[in-house]
Ligand binder design. Sequence first.
Ligand code: PRT
Ligand code: ZN
Length: 294
Amino acid sequence: MTDETRILIAMQKSGRLAEKSIELFKQSGITVNNGKRQLLYRVPELPVDILFVRDDDIPNLVASGTCDMGIVGQNVFAEVKLGASEEFNAEEYFNLGFGKCRLSIAVPNEADYTSPKDLEGKKIATTYPNILKDFLQKHNVNADIAFMSGSVEISPHIGVSDLICDIVSTGATLLENGLKEVLDIFDSQAVMIRNKNISKAKQLIAERLITRLNSALIADKSKYVMLNAPKDKVKEISELLPGSESPTIMPLADANKVAVHAVCSEPVFWDTIEKLKEAGASSILVLPIEKRRM
Ligand code: PRT
Ligand code: ZN
């Protein structure tokens, strides 16, 4: 009988998602310690326990109800779900915005590629046979899938495959291996998944946790912008501030200018700064917001 008063979340023990997951929890005011010998961690601030495992095990741990929720890449979740022989009792719950990558088809630099039809009869090496199979079926293409658990990028050079279907982030690995990315078949990011039959009591805890994570994610994107603006340009400059509702306008010693302070809920990119300057803004300061309660 599981404890109905706490939820158990599966998290990657070490790897690309581990650090970011812990960081997000910390930004949400939740302490997580994945001490090397510790597999189970009891969060002090919320009725939440964390189980540290390999990412590949997370979808099934959640689908089976061993864990209530889990943080995993959408690529791994889709791969396990597509390969499940019976009803899969886990679902995507909340996108976490980190761990972004894509599953792409890549061919040797010298090879030609124009459309999925060019994959017909080819041998494709991948760690994601189910997602690839699903893609090929949708495009009515018959190809031979060669499963590899790692080092997929070297397979065309050693004659194991004609081309590959692998995770790409910056594209540097493909470049180093003389391969070119020709088709993105699946976009991924880290996602919180949950068991479909989670109890009402646990659902309430899950919602409390998600509210906290969401507020940290929003705060991460939000910036506090301070600038000085000519009085007659305030309206134009305020409209340039991304995702800001109503900025605070304050007088300055120079009677022709005012100070504008605003919380921008969307990213403030360099081009926004350039536009603000062009519109007459000066002394522009963009500050991170540590946390925002909702
Ligand atoms: O030990 P465990 O089984 O838990 O971890 P793992 O080694 O299986 O996974 P890990 O930690 O490498 O990745 C976890 C998740 O991070 C993946 O399932 C993706 O959802 C996500 N992710 C984000 C990535 C990448 N970016 C990424 N770049 N996963 C893998 N890569 C690899 C890719 O396979 C390729 O070898 O990085 C290389 C390509 O990177 P670029 O930047 O050169 O294109
Ligand atoms: Zn793994």
